[in-house]
Design a protein around this ligand. Structure first.
Ligand code: LAN
Length: 803
C-alpha cells in the first residue's frame, strides 16, 4: 500500500488533512477529474465535501486504499513492484520500456492519464472570491489544503519577495501577493499568522520600495524586481534603453520622470483590481471601464470583441457585465478589515480614479500604450454618461453571451478565469437556487487539484487530450505499442481518444462566435467543447498512428477523420500559419489596446509554429493513409504552412515557443515540419541553422535546460540545471533533422537515463509550459511522454553500437 514518505511537505496555517484519505476519481465521465476526501474509508462517513455536494460516494466506495494514480499525484511512496529491475537500464530502449512500465501504473481506468495542471498563481483568487461572495460553502478539506498550498508556495526571498508571483517559480508581485493574501483571509487564516505578516509586509515593502525609488536600483543592480519592470521602463524611455537588457545606471536620473507611473501597493493588475472591486475592497472608480456596450457595435468594426482572442473576450464579457452592474459584495467585518490590511493609507482617502492606469513595476510586463490610455479616457467619459437604455441592452447582450458559453461548455467555460466570473454572473442574475448557478458550483471541482503541497486551481479542467496524444505518439515512435505487455494499455488509450473526439458543432455556434468543432479534439475533455488546432491535429495523428498496430482495431472511421481534416483546413490563416482556437480575426494593432498589463499577445490570435507543425504533420499522416481525400488542398496547405514556418525562423536558427519552454520546444516542432518537406541538415540551410543553434545550447553534462525566462525575454536563458524534457526535445530535433554526428544525441540520452529512478520514473524538474509570454504552467506528464519518445526514437534511428 502507498505510504507517506519522509519529508512530506509541512502543514499550513489551518493544518493538514490525512494524505491517505484522498482519492482521485478520473476513470469515468470522459476524463473528468474530481478529488474526494473520505473521513472514514470503512464507514464512508460523510466529509464536509460530501455535505456540500452530496454525491459521488459510490465512486470511492470500493477504494479503501489510494490506487497508484492517486498516490502518485499526492506524492506518496508507491508500493514497490517485484517485477521491476531496480538496476539502471542499459540501453535507451530498456530505459524507455522501464519508463512506460512505470507510467502505465498511472493510467486511468478509461485509458487516459490525469495530471497536475498547475503553475499560475492567479487562479485561486477568482474562484475563492466568487465562492465567498456567493456564500458557496468551501469544504473544510479544501480550506485546509488551499491554505497549505499557499504556505508551501510562499516565497522566501528578500524583504519584498515573501509573497507569491504570477506563477510558482516567479518572484513576488503585487498581484500574486495581494490576491493570495486575500484568499488566505477568506479561507479563515488570521492576519497575525506569521506567514500573513510576512506576506503583508512584503506587499507593503513593494509599495515602499517603489515610493522610495529603491526599486530602480534593484533593476539596475541585481534584477530583484521583475524583468517586466525593466521592459516597462524600456518602453517609456526607448531612446535611453537597450531592449530587454538591465536598466542602465543613468536611468536612475530619470526618477522624476518615472515617478508619475510608479505607484505603491495599490497598483494591482487590471484583473486583480477587478476581483478586489467585486469583493468590495477596491473601488470600481479605480478601474478602467470595460463596457459591455462594445458588444452592441456592428460586427464589421475592426475593434469588435468577437475578433479578440477567445480567452480575452471570454474574460471581458463577464467583466463587462459585472462592472456594468457595479456589483460589489456586501460589506462585512472581514471586508472592512481587509481594506485596512491591504493598503497603507486609509481606505477612504485613496484617490481611486488616479489609480486606473497604475500598475506596479513589480508586475508590469506589457505597459499600457498611449493609445490604450487615450481609449480608456474616452470610455471613462462614456461610462459616466451612458444612457440607461443602452446600458440595459448591453448588459442583456453580455449576459446572453455568458449563458451561451456556459451551455456550450457544460459550465466549464473556456478557462478558469472566465469560469469564476461566469459563475458569479449567473448568481447575480438568477440567484443562488437557480439551476445555472448550481451547475456551475458542481463543476468547480473539475478545477481543484490535490498535490503533496496542498490544493491548487488548474489552468484548465486538465490537459487530458494533450497528454494522451503525446504518450500515444511516444508509444508509436518507440515501438513500445507493439510489446505484448502494452497491448491492453494502448487499446484503452485508443478507446479514450475515440471517446474524446468532438463530433458536432457547438450548440450555440455562429451566434456565440464559435469556430466549428465537428471532428475536432479539445485540449482537455470533450465536454469542455473547444476546438484547438494543434489538439485536433495531435489527436488525429495519434489515432492514425495507433491504428497502424495490428492489435488495435480501426475504431475511428474514415468519415470521422475526414471531419478532423476539414476542421484543420478550416483553421489555416492566409499567411499559411495556424493559430490556437480560431482563425486570426483581428488586426495586430488591437494589441495596442491590451488592458491586461501582465500578459503579452493576448488581444488576438497569432500564428504559432507549434500549432502549424502539428497541423501539417497530422495532414501528412492522414494523407499517407487516405491519399484521395482533399488531396490538392492538403498539398497546398502544407506547402504554405512550411513556407510560413521558414519565415518565422530567427537569425540565430531558432524559433520562439509560445506554449512550451521555449526555443527548444518550438525548434523541435519547426524542424519536424522541415523534415516533412524533405529538408534536413544535409540539404537545407534552415535545418542546418536550427541544429547549430541546438548544438550550441548543449550543456556540459550532455543535457539541455532552458528557463521560463526565455519566454519573457525572448532570448535563450539557460536553466540552472539541464532538464530531461528539454533534452528530449533537443534529441528529437537532431534526429528529425538527421544531424550527422550521433554523439550529441547519445550524450543527451545518457543524461535522461542517468536521471531515471530505480522504479522507472523521472523526478519532477522545472516548469515546462508557458502562455502569453509571462505565465508558466506545468506539464508534469511531459517527463514521461517526451523522454520515452526521445529514447525510443534514438534507439531506432542511431547505429546500435556506440552506446
Ligand atoms: C493553453 C494550454 C494548451 C495550449 C496548447 C494546446 C499547448 C497550445 O498549443 C494552444 C493554446 C493552448 C490551448 C492554451 C491556451 C491558453 C491557456 C488555456 C493554456 C495555456 C492553459 C491556460 C491558458 C488560459 C488562458 C489561462 C487563463 C488565463 C488567461 C490569460 C485568461
Amino acid at each position: 500500500m502507498a505510504t507517506v514518505p519522509q519529508g512530506y511537505p509541512r502543514p499550513g496555517p489551518l493544518g493538514q488533512t490525512d494524505p491517505l484519505r484522498w482519492r482521485l476519481s478520473s476513470g469515468t465521465d470522459g476524463g473528468r477529474h474530481v478529488w474526494h476526501y473520505t473521513r472514514d474509508t470503512d464507514a464512508l462517513e460523510t466529509s464536509s465535501y460530501e455535505q456540500v455536494w452530496g454525491d459521488d460516494k459510490e465512486r470511492v466506495r470500493d477504494r479503501k486504499e489510494p490506487d497508484d494514480e492517486t498516490a502518485y499525484w499526492l506524492g506518496l511512496q508507491l508500493p514497490r513492484l517485484d517485477n521491476v529491475d531496480s538496476e539502471p537500464a542499459q540501453t535507451p530502449y530498456d530505459a524507455a520500456k522501464k519508463g512506460y512500465d512505470f507510467y502505465k501504473r498511472l493510467q486511468s481506468a478509461d485509458g487516459h492519464w490525469s495530471g497536475e495542471y498547475g503553475g499560475p498563481m492567479f487562479l485561486l483568487p477568482g474562484i475563492i472570491i466568487a465562492m465567498y461572495v456567493t456564500k458557496t460553502p468551501i469544504p473544510s478539506e479544501w480550506r485546509i489544503e488551499i491554505a497549505r498550498y499557499l504556505a508551501n508556495m510562499q516565497r522566501d526571498g528578500g524583504e519584498d519577495d515573501q509573497g507569491w508571483g504570477i506563477h510558482f517559480e516567479a518572484k513576488s508581485s503585487v498581484f500574486g501577493t495581494g490576491l493570495n493574501y486575500v484568499v488566505l483571509r477568506l479561507l479563515g487564516v488570521g492576519p497575525d499568522e506569521p506567514m500573513m505578516i510576512r506576506a503583508r509586509n512584503s506587499l507593503h515593502k513593494m509599495g515602499e520600495r517603489v515610493r522610495e525609488r529603491e526599486w530602480l536600483s534593484g533593476v539596475a543592480t541585481d534584477q530583484r524586481v521583475s524583468l517586466g519592470c525593466t521592459k516597462a521602463v524600456a518602453n517609456r524611455f526607448p531612446r535611453e534603453s537597450a531592449r530587454h537588457c538591465m536598466c542602465p545606471p543613468d536611468w536612475l536620473s530619470q526618477v522624476d520622470r518615472v515617478a508619475h507611473f510608479l505607484l505603491p501597493e495599490t497598483a494591482f493588475h487590471r484583473w486583480g483590481k477587478f476581483w478586489l472591486a467585486i469583493l468590495n475592497v477596491h473601488s470600481w472608480r479605480g478601474l478602467n471601464p470595460t463596457p459591455a456596450e462594445l458588444w452592441l457595435l456592428p460586427d464589421w468594426l475592426p475593434i469588435h470583441p468577437w475578433k479578440w482572442w477567445i480567452h480575452t473576450r471570454n474574460v471581458y464579457i463577464p467583466m463587462g457585465y459585472l462592472s456594468g452592474k457595479g456589483f460589489q459584495c456586501e460589506e462585512d467585518e472581514l471586508i472592512r478589515s481587509l481594506r485596512q490590511e491591504l493598503y497603507t493609507q486609509p481606505y477612504d482617502s485613496i484617490p481611486w480614479p488616479s489609480l486606473r492606469n497604475s500598475i506596479s513595476p513589480y508586475d508590469v510586463y506589457s505597459p499600457h500604450s498611449r493609445v490604450a490610455e487615450a481609449c480608456f479616457a474616452v470610455l471613462d467619459v462614456y461610462d459616466r454618461v451612458a444612457p440607461s437604455f443602452i446600458r440595459t441592452k448591453a448588459l442583456e447582450r453580455a449576459y446572453r453571451l455568458v449563458v451561451m458559453e456556459d451551455e456550450n461548455t457544460s459550465y466549464q467555460t473556456v478557462g478558469p478565469v472566465s469560469k469564476a466570473m461566469n459563475m458569479l454572473c449567473r448568481w447575480v442574475e438568477e440567484g443562488p437556487e437557480s439551476d445555472a448557478f448550481q451547475q456551475h458550483v458542481a463543476k468547480i471541482r473539475d478545477f481543484m487539484w490535490m498535490t503533496k503541497d496542498g490544493m491548487l486551481m488548474t489552468g484548465t479542467n486538465g490537459s487530458q487530450l494533450w497528454d494522451a496524444a503525446f504518450i500515444a505518439q511516444a508509444l508509436y515512435g518507440s515501438d513500445l505499442a507493439s510489446v505484448p505487455s502494452n497491448h491492453a494499455s494502448t487499446a484503452k488509450l485508443l478507446e479514450w481518444l475515440d471517446e474524446a473526439q468532438i463530433q458536432t458543432n457547438p450548440k450555440h455556434f455562429e451566434r456565440a462566435y464559435r469556430h466549428r468543432s465537428k471532428g475536432a479534439w479539445p485540449f482537455s475533455t470533450k465536454e469542455q467543447s473547444y476546438t484547438v488546432s494543434d489538439c485536433t491535429a495531435e489527436g488525429m495523428k495519434s489515432v492514425i498512428l495507433l491504428q497502424r498496430f495490428p492489435h488495435l482495431s480501426e475504431r475511428i472511421s474514415y468519415e470521422r477523420l475526414c471531419d478532423s481534416v476539414d476542421t484543420i483546413l478550416s483553421l489555416q490563416n492566409p499567411s499559411g500559419g495556424f493559430a490556437s482556437y480560431e482563425l486570426i480575426r483581428g488586426s495586430p494593432l488591437l494589441e495596442l489596446l491590451n488592458p491586461a498589463e501582465v500578459f503579452a499577445n493576448i488581444m488576438i490570435e497569432y500564428p504559432y509554429v507549434e500549432c502549424t507543425t502539428a497541423c501539417v504533420t497530422a495532414l501528412s499522416v492522414f494523407s499517407s493513409k487516405y491519399p484521395k481525400y482533399r488531396v490538392e488542398e492538403i498539398r497546398t496547405a502544407s506547402k504554405q504552412a512550411i513556407d510560413w514556418i521558414k519565415t518565422a525562423q530567427r537569425p540565430d536558427g531558432s524559433w520562439y515557443g509560445s506554449w512550451g519552454i521555449c526555443f527548444t520546444y518550438a525548434t523541435m516542432f519547426s524542424v519536424e515540419s522541415l523534415a516533412l518537406a524533405g529538408e534536413t541538415y544535409g540539404n537545407s540551410d534552415h535545418a542546418r541553422r536550427a541544429c547549430d543553434f541546438i548544438i550550441g545550447k548543449q550543456m556540459n553534462d550532455g543535457g539541455w535546460g532552458e528557463s521560463y525566462k526565455s519566454c519573457e525575454t525572448e532570448q535563450y536563458v539557460h536553466n540552472e540545471k539541464s532538464q530531461v524534457v528539454n533534452t528530449a526535445w533537443a534529441i528529437i530535433t537532431l534526429l528529425a533533422a538527421q544531424y550527422p554526428d550521433p554523439e550529441p544525441v547519445r550524450r543527451g540520452c545518457r543524461l535522461i537515463m542517468s536521471r531515471q529512478l530505480p522504479d522507472g520514473s523521472w523526478p519532477q524538474e522545472s516548469i515546462e509550459g508557458v502562455f502569453n509570454k509571462n505565465a508558466a504552467i506545468s506539464y508534469p506528464n511531459f517527463k514521461f511522454s517526451w523522454t520515452i519518445n526521445a529514447l525510443g526514437q534514438a534507439w531506432k534511428k542511431l547505429p546500435r553500437d556506440g552506446w
